[in-house]
Design a protein around this ligand. Structure first.
Ligand SMILES: C[S@@+](CC[C@H](N)C(=O)[O-])C[C@H]1O[C@@H](n2cnc3c(N)ncnc32)[C@H](O)[C@@H]1O
Length: 273
């Protein structure tokens, strides 16, 4: 049962995976307070207000004035694609993989007929459960997505929307392939939305983050060769939407970045199957 009122997250160790999730939650919350918010993630702001944590230290580290925009632009693109799918398939099953503390399930207001599953590692889901309960149409699953069994509890007879934001780069390529195979084997059709890093991602990670990033791909269309059921629909960079950033200074910075190869570093992909 979720706790009421303030919830103590003091156990979250600085620098841990759970801490990273609090970092992106914090950035989305900050961005939602902008008068011209891109993502409008008010559920994130409510969560931050409820969570007892050292947000002052988080603010110093995360520098939201600069970093909230990239996080908001990426999430907003995936929200747009998700809302489009849910508009066409209100009875969809949604698998939100590597959900972390993301509030996509609440900010999108999925149709009542939809079945939404937030999936992440058991420790992350344990933390989520301090804030949220399962409810009609919404369930959390604490499991590695590489485990063969977590899919068993999901309805296989509905159009499937699968969203993986900031997840696949932490898996090995063989795990990504096996996961996609299991998903396309289980469902008769749907869409797969996810971001990928270029091969520079794992190389850079060896230098700056102990090699936690393990998978990068130059041309995501290669996935069509891995799995003939997949059909590439589109790809974009979060930087491509720089015009939505309200601050002129940062808009210019993002515009300059979008003109360099930085736009190919982290891209969002949409596939049908
Ligand atoms: C960078 S965070 C992104 C979280 C969230 N999508 C967001 O944008 O705020 C990566 C998330 O992927 C989860 N993750 C990594 N490997 C996983 C696995 N094998 N199975 C399930 N979740 C995994 C982590 O626990 C973490 O919550």
């Amino acid at each position: 049962m979720a706790q009421q009122g303030k919830v103590d997250f003091g156990e979250v160790r600085w620098g841990s995976v759970e801490w990273t999730n609090l970092g992106t939650l914090y950035l989305r919350a900050c961005e939602s307070r902008s008068p011209r918010t891109i993502l409008g993630d008010h559920a994130a702001a409510e969560a931050v207000d409820r969570i007892d944590y050292d947000w002052t230290r988080m603010r110093r580290y995360m520098q939201p004035w600069a970093n909230q925009w990239l996080v908001a632009l990426r999430a907003a693109q995936l929200d747009t694609w998700s809302a489009d799918f849910l508009g066409r398939h209100p009875n969809a099953v949604v698998l939100h993989l590597g959900c972390g503390m993301d509030t996509r399930a609440f900010r999108l207001h999925p149709p009542r007929e939809a079945r939404w599953f937030d999936v992440d590692q058991p420790k992350v889901i344990e933390l989520r459960r301090k804030l949220y309960d399962d409810r009609a149409g919404y369930r959390m699953i604490g499991s590695s997505v590489t485990d063969a069994h977590w899919l068993d509890g999901t309805p296989a007879d509905r159009p499937a929307l699968i969203v993986a934001e900031g997840l696949l780069m932490y898996l090995q390529e063989a795990q990504v392939r096996a996961l996609i195979q299991r998903l396309t084997d289980r469902f008769t059709g749907g869409e797969l939305l996810f971001d990928t890093l270029s091969p520079a991602g794992p190389r850079l990670s060896k230098v700056v983050s102990k090699g936690v990033v393990t998978w990068g791909i130059r041309d995501v269309r290669e996935l069509e060769r891995w799995n003939p059921r997949l059909r590439f629909l589109e790809q974009t960079s979060p930087l491509a939407s720089y015009r939505r950033i309200p601050s002129a200074r940062l808009r210019l910075l993002y515009r300059l970045m979008s003109a360099t190869s930085a736009r190919k570093y982290d891209v969002m992909n949409r596939f049908a199957f």
